[in-house]
Design a protein around this ligand. Sequence first.
Ligand code: AR6
Length: 175
Amino acid sequence: MIIEIIKGDITQIKADAIVNAANTSLLGGGGVDGAIHRKGGKAILDECIQIRNKQGGCKTGEAVITTAGNLPSKYVIHTVGPFWKNGKSLEVELLQNCYLSTLELAVRNDVKTIAFPNISTGIYKFPKKLAAEIALDIVDRFENKEQIDKIIFVCFDDENFKIYNDIIDGDFEYE
Ligand code: AR6
């Protein structure tokens, strides 16, 4: 499995799946969620509404899959990251679950290339370095790694891009 770190807009990435940092309503919002729905078009929202009708949205730490509509990818995997409160409200575990449930859903749908945004590090205020460590650690420990060809971490801001590159370049240790 190849890991790539790039700086850019995830809506322009052509992968089997791109990941959306959604909210529990699945009805769209600001940040990357807003951009994905805006550029992907109504087909994405229609499927999100169907999922809502069936299971009542998406819980924090879980993931659901829809079409990518007009985007160059095939699927969007919507996952809901935790809002950072004080670090004592299971934020770490919930963010780990986001990455893990997304990867599991990807494998179940035969997704070979997947692009992640830096989930929770925008509007949800999760500390960026800790979020990057969690993302890379979960990917590294994923037990079905051999079923995925490539993971792209798409950083939108310079700070996240630098954090990911520093972790990858250095001796990465996470406990
Ligand atoms: N491509 C890639 N990354 C992006 C893009 C983009 N087009 N736009 C923003 N980012 P955020 P959250 C980065 O706020 O913190 C929404 O309203 C951004 O710089 O999108 O998980 C949802 O509906 C940051 O690094 O998501 C929820 O209510 C990262 O994506 C809430 O925001 C995540 O920032 C979720 O908050």
